[in-house]
Design a protein around this ligand. Structure first.
Ligand SMILES: C[S@@+](CC[C@H](N)C(=O)[O-])C[C@H]1O[C@@H](n2cnc3c(N)ncnc32)[C@H](O)[C@@H]1O
Ligand code: SF4
Length: 359
């Protein structure tokens, strides 16, 4: 059987719940952290012989909320792979400490993704973030001086009340920090969030024109600063693209462990239960599972692959998706280059239109 080369680990704890966020995480609940770590290690046991991760992404939730004495067993509880190339941990600025940084370094974490979101205290407060702009910058510097040479900043735009100038200011100040990578997300209103309720009640709304202007500003400003856009929301200095996420968009197999984590291995996809108590109680039965047909996997590979500026190899789409490709070419959403179908700038700006052609 093929080895699984990509591992995602979901840590479902946050200090407080941000008002826009629908990722599965529970605020507080620190008393459950120890049992969570034990349950993850147990879930991983049967995979020991098949797991040879080249990339690991520890996300959440807020992995950096776990105390150092729990981070160590969590991050060392599976077989090492000498071929591991990238190991990311997501951190919230207010939750990083020298002890945790020391654990990350000791176990081999080589990339940190910092949830900065905005460098504007009023906006951060409105989002329900627990840190200020100054804390975010201080944490960034702390990670840098500890020796991390591969740092990502998560930023968000299209926020309620945010002007184009405010977004430009956050972008420019973030660029001054010179991280290797940026993930920039347009705010989406997600069910089961505080923002969703306000959106449903008509108190919050999308401003599509402004969102597009902010997105174009992002692409142009980051390009001018030497960050190549390689995916709809992701920009990197040359060679610093996130290998783990690229593997996902290329449709590679990955194992996801922890509550709510998704996995795709061979022709099987499943999702763990989004409930810490039931996850910890075990046995770890999936909340959802499906058998994947070759047709579905091919469609997903095309749809996800076209999120990347490099697009997809011709053999992914030729023959199988000729009609869709013609439509994309005619609508100026895609073009051929080097025997790959790639999204045009329009195809990047209106990525949903490209994806819906395939799935
Ligand atoms: C799963 S979160 C984990 C990051 C970490 N917990 C933190 O917030 O500092 C990953 C990123 O998703 C983005 N995100 C979460 N909810 C979003 C939403 N509703 N719309 C747009 N981006 C969102 C944020 O930029 C966030 O940093
Ligand atoms: S954005 Fe990050 S810190 Fe905020 S609730 Fe979501 S996972 Fe937790």
């Amino acid at each position: 059987m093929d080895k699984v080369e990509h591992l995602y680990l979901h840590v479902p704890f946050c200090a407080t719940k941000c008002r826009y966020c629908a990722f599965y995480s529970e605020p507080g609940q620190t008393d459950k952290m120890e049992a969570f770590v034990a349950a993850v290690l147990k879930e991983m046991q049967p995979w020991a012989s098949r797991l040879a991760p080249k990339t690991i992404f520890v996300g959440g939730g807020t992995p950096s909320l776990l105390p150092a004495p729990l981070l160590r067993p969590l991050l060392t509880g599976w077989p090492r792979n000498p071929e591991l190339i990238e190991w990311t941990v997501e951190c919230n600025p207010a939750t990083v400490s020298p002890e945790k940084i020391a654990v990350f370094q000791e176990v081999g974490v080589n990339r940190i993704s910092l949830g900065v979101q905005a460098l504007d205290d009023e906006l951060l407060q409105m989002l329900g973030r627990i840190h200020t702009a100054a804390t975010a910058v201080a944490t960034y510097r702390e990670l840098r001086s500890a020796g991390f040479d591969n740092l990502n900043l998560d930023l968000m735009f299209g926020l309620p009340g945010q002007t184009l100038e405010q977004w430009r200011d956050t972008l420019c100040r973030a660029i001054e920090l010179q991280p290797e990578h940026f993930s920039t997300y347009c705010l989406s209103f997600e069910e089961d969030t505080e923002f969703w309720k306000l959106f449903q009640a008509g108190h919050l709304r999308h401003n599509s024109e402004q969102e597009l202007a902010m997105y174009e500003l992002t692409i142009d400003t980051l390009a001018a600063a030497g960050y190549r856009q390689y995916e709809i929301s992701n920009f990197a200095k040359p060679g610093c693209e996130c290998r783990h996420n690229i593997a996902g968009w290329e449709g590679r197999d990955y194992l996801g462990v922890g509550p709510s984590a998704c996995s795709t291995v061979g022709d099987r996809r499943w999702q763990n239960i989004s409930d810490i108590d039931r996850y910890v109680a075990g046995p770890c039965a999936p909340a959802f599972a499906e058998q994947l047909t070759p047709e579905l996997r091919a469609a997903e590979c095309a749809a996800f692959g076209m999120r990347m500026t490099n697009g997809v190899p011709a053999e992914y789409v030729r023959g199988r998706f000729d009609r869709q490709v013609t439509q994309l070419l005619q609508a100026d959403l895609a073009y051929w280059h080097d025997d790959r179908l790639r999204p045009t700038r329009r195809g990047i700006l209106f990525a949903d239109e490209v994806a819906t052609e395939f799935v």
